[in-house]
Design a protein around this ligand. Structure first.
Ligand code: ADP
Length: 260
């Protein structure tokens, strides 16, 4: 798409020519379109849990809900409110990333294995609930980078490796070093996998392969877009490989300049 600006050039009263400016606004327009889509999606995603919170609260307000349902209704209100908190948190992170990453903390030395182990421990209640075993293996590596952003990236990937696993499945974070001194972290699961045609799109905001399943297990649909933007900000390469029904593996490759 081009925008045309034409200005006449005068010599005294006489028009002797024109300056024509052609602007390529394709990118600008696409960005605008994405922004509109994002706003529409956010509104929808916020409205769904709010409608349900308001509905249950309205019923309870009447005082006629039988005692045995009160606990159940309260639990649903709590779940929906938790979803809203997660969603708003992710939206804030994404908007900070868009604005150039104030969300990244100053670079510091990070022990990659210890960080992965910490994340595994944070996820252990969720992993236990699905009988998923989560292991962290590989080399000791220290990276010099934003700990907060790196933690966010790895947490989102490990969270998915647990959430989209099968009951009794395996999740693994493996750290290795290549011959050309790059460090790799592979996060692998034995879960439901991602169909070929969705593999590029899962990094888009709010894109989910199975909307109802993802909602049921509490996803915001923003995790992988935070991963993508965060990794780009830190100079980390991402590769996703997946086979439906077999599992998914995401490899992060850290450039030599991040390695201490
Ligand atoms: P969500 O909050 O829904 O998990 P993400 O942005 O993290 O959002 O992921 C987007 C979608 O990609 C998910 O809804 C799911 O359909 C798919 N997905 C992500 N990670 C995995 C995985 N490890 N295995 C299978 N599907 C996955």
């Amino acid at each position: 798409t081009y925008s045309l600006i034409a200005n006449p050039v005068h010599e005294g009263e006489e028009v002797i020519g024109a300056v024509i400016v052609l602007l390529d606004i394709t990118e600008q327009e696409q960005r605008e379109q994405l922004r509109r889509e994002f706003t529409a999606n956010v509104s929808h995603e916020l409205k769904t849990p709010l409608t349900s919170i308001s509905g249950f609260a309205e019923l309870m307000k009447t005082g006629t809900v039988p005692q045995e349902d009160v606990v159940d209704f309260s639990a649903r209100i709590y779940d929906e409110a938790s979803r809203l908190i997660a969603l708003v948190g992710d939206i804030i992170k994404l908007s900070e990333l868009d604005e150039g990453g104030s969300f990244a903390s100053a670079a510091e030395d990070v022990d990659l294995r210890a960080l992965c182990e910490e994340i595994r421990d944070r996820l252990s209640p969720a992993a236990q609930a699905r009988a998923v075993t989560f292991s962290v293996t590989g080399e000791e590596v220290r990276l010099h980078t934003s700990r907060k952003m790196l933690e966010e990236i790895i947490y989102n990937l490990c969270d998915n490796a647990v959430k989209y696993n099968r009951v009794g499945g395996k999740a693994e974070a493996v750290i290795s070093r290549s011959e050309d001194q790059k460090v790799m972290l592979k996060i692998r699961d034995t879960g439901i996998g991602i169909p070929d045609e969705d593999q590029q799109r899962v990094f888009e905001r709010f894109y989910r392969v199975d909307k109802s399943h993802s909602r049921e297990i509490g996803g915001t649909g923003l995790g992988l877009s935070i991963v993508k933007h965060g990794a780009a900000a830190l100079g980390i390469e991402i590769r996703l490989e997946s086979r439906e029904g077999v599992g998914t593996s995401v490899t992060l490759t850290f450039p030599p300049e991040l390695i201490v």
